[in-house]
Write a protein of this length. Structure first.
Lengths: 317, 337
């Protein structure tokens, strides 16, 4: 790329505008827009079926959008596919690597496709698989396979890394290791786009976030901005002895209560003044002679924002 | 009882299994019946080398029914034809006593029939009508005919299955998809399959030929050029066909079906177990264009008759075109995800 082109696109690694894709009658992606600044991590958070994978696969060049424009590292897939492929790294949602090859052989194979990149041993060390270098892929644990897939995505020192649900199905320790590797990458100045349905992953890794549901963006911003949008200091959930004996509006009238929601097993309140609201709640229940079986408070999370915006949860619909 | 019924219905619901159990044997029987239909007694193909008395000999032989006089201008070629079973008997001149010398291959049943017919043509009462010679070397036994056919069949099967199956599995497991996001050239991927196949084919062919030559005493009269040419041609043709057949198969089962579909006609028609000349004339041009036919013919000509690369050029041409053509089409239609 010439210096001028460099200037034009510096700052913006990915630009997406009006992206739409349908499968028959099902609209998987419904006119999504966003931009990803260089050197940041953009998270795409949403439940299963929200269109995250379709979106990221269009960005990776695996799928064609029905309409909208996509610019990756200043180029388009139509014209500069090979140039883009040299500079990106991709970890697909289900990466299946050939079982009978060893870790070493797999990494070397992927390294061979690129004209420049890291020494393959360095990559293996980066993902912590040096001990398992000569093991066959089939003998690795789930977490190790995922790290190997991540390593294959990193062989060419990519400027832009795509991760599609990188820690699904992994145990907590394995997840943390993946987060460490992504953190290291960000420190080195790379750009990352990741999809996930785990809010803790989004909070941990994403600098910017878009939350999607049923193909559309429901909110965007930094994780902190999004949570602040709830305008609540904390979230209180409680289980009364009997739920039918009062209306939601009565609860809403209590001091400091912002929002009321009935879940399957509890009643959830978004409150602006935790102390006073809890006090008011106790009094409320006492007046009606209702016992309080359980009470819980926590700082608002992305999950809370999601539920308040869409009416359902991020996981396990 | 219910278990038995379950097995029966599961079987009936597998169309492929149904075909192979019921349809295939019927097809095989039909084709065999067609190839081996007999209208008349088989003929003896006899040649007489040029020389004194040739015209008279030929005249007498022509009087005998079921005798076909073949042209024999060159003694070396004629002897080769006898060795490979294209001629049943060869008259090569006269011996010291003025009797015709008859070249016959004792391994073949047809030789005896030819000898009897010649005897009929030449014998006068109480006549010791000819002296009989046997050729040196072999190459006309049924096993000599069969072995190269089996080699060809083996190369086709292993070639197409290894390539086709591998890519169907890689596609089904989404391994191909992961490769798509890299700068890997699609043509490099397909070509790599050809080269890997070529290595194995050379190994397979060498081992099997060694076995045939040392244990079964199959003649091997080829030179290195023709051997290499046949290897490359065979590898190209069948790795290409395998790629093409499985280029769009979504599952391993689908790939198996396609491969069987492509290979079956060649199993039956390409002259593996018996000469394809038994099929009607109208089918001959089509049969000759099948890659397995080309491979079998070139193997036989190379091993049994010692033909050079130039001689087997038409067969190599068929293999080459099949290979290159399949690759080009596969490249276009290949399904990567």
């Amino acid at each position: 790329m010439s210096a001028i082109e460099n200037l034009k696109t510096s700052g913006c690694a990915v630009r997406v505008s009006g992206l739409t894709k349908s499968y028959g009658d099902l609209v998987a992606v419904n006119s999504i827009d966003f931009e990803v600044r260089e050197g940041t991590c953009m998270g795409i958070l949403g439940p299963n079926g929200a269109g995250k994978t379709t979106t990221i696969e269009i960005l990776e060049g695996l799928k064609q959008a029905d309409s909208g424009s996509v610019e990756v590292l200043g180029r388009t897939w139509n014209k500069d596919a090979d140039a883009i492929r040299e500079r990106i790294g991709v970890q697909l949602q289900e990466t299946v690597l050939t079982e009978k090859l060893t870790v070493l052989e797999t990494v070397r194979l992927f390294r061979s496709f690129y004209s420049s990149g890291d020494d393959y041993r360095e990559v293996i060390e980066l993902v912590g698989l040096t001990e398992k270098e000569s093991s066959r892929v089939g003998d690795l644990s789930g977490g190790q396979k995922q790290r190997l897939a991540l390593g294959c995505a990193l062989v060419n020192k990519p400027e832009l890394l795509f991760l599609d649900e990188p820690t699904t199905g992994l145990d907590p320790q394995a997840r943390r290791r993946v987060w460490e590797i992504v953190g290291e990458l960000k420190r080195q100045g790379g750009t990352v786009i990741l999809t996930t349905h785990y809010m803790d992953e989004a909070e941990q890794l994403a600098d910017d976030l878009i939350i999607v549901d049923h193909g559309s963006v429901v909110t965007r911003g930094t994780p902190q901005e999004i949570i602040a949008g709830l305008e609540a200091e904390s979230v209180v959930s409680f289980v009364p002895a009997e739920r039918a004996k009062f209306e939601d509006d009565e609860l809403r009238a209590l001091v400091g209560v912002q929002e009321v929601r009935r879940e399957a097993d509890s009643i959830v309140l978004a409150v602006t003044d935790t102390q006073r609201a809890i006090g008011a709640l106790y009094q409320f229940l006492n007046e009606r002679g209702l016992e309080l079986l359980d009470l819980n408070t926590h700082r608002p999370t992305l999950e809370d924002v999601f539920v308040s915006l869409t009416g359902h949860h991020l996981r396990d619909e | 009882m219910r278990l038995t019924r379950m097995h029966l219905s599961l079987f009936l619901r597998e169309p492929e299994a149904m075909f192979w159990t019921f349809g295939f044997p019927i097809i095989i029987s039909a084709v065999m019946g067609f190839a081996f239909r007999r209208g008349e007694l088989p003929e003896s193909r006899i040649a007489v080398l040029p020389g004194p008395g040739q015209a008279e000999l030929i005249e007498r032989l022509e009087d005998i029914p079921h005798v076909v006089i073949a042209e024999a201008l060159d003694e070396t070629e004629a002897r080769r034809s006898l060795l490979s079973g294209k001629l049943d008997a060869l008259l090569i001149g006269t011996d010291a006593d003025g009797k015709p010398v008859l070249l016959l291959d004792p391994d073949r049943v047809e030789a005896e029939t030819a000898r009897l017919r010649i005897e009929l043509a030449l014998r006068g009462p109480g006549d010791d009508f000819a002296s009989i010679e046997h050729p040196q070397g072999n190459g006309s036994r049924y096993i000599d005919f069969l072995y190269p056919g089996l080699l060809g069949l083996n190369l086709m099967s292993t070639g197409m299955w290894s390539v086709g199956f591998a890519i169907a599995r890689m596609r089904q497991q989404k391994v191909l998809r992961r490769l798509l996001v890299t700068p890997m050239r699609k043509s490099s991927f397909l070509a790599s399959l050809f080269f890997a196949r070529l290595v194995f084919l050379i190994l397979e062919l060498s081992i099997l030929i060694a076995f045939g030559v040392f244990v079964l005493e199959i003649p091997f009269r080829a030179n290195w050029f023709s051997f290499v040419a046949v290897c490359v041609g065979g590898a190209a043709a069948f790795s290409g066909l395998g790629l093409l057949a499985c280029g769009r198969s979504q599952t391993i089962e689908g790939a198996s079906g396609m491969l069987n579909f492509v290979m079956m006609p060649m199993w039956l028609l390409s002259g593996v177990f018996f000469s394809y000349e038994r099929f009607p004339d109208v089918m001959q041009p089509i049969i000759k264009l099948l890659p397995l036919t080309a491979l079998n013919d070139s193997l036989r000509q190379m091993m049994l008759e010692g033909q050079s690369v130039v001689d087997i050029l038409p067969e190599l041409g068929v293999l080459g075109i099949c290979g290159v053509g399949s690759f080009l089409i596969a490249l276009k239609i290949f399904r990567w995800q």
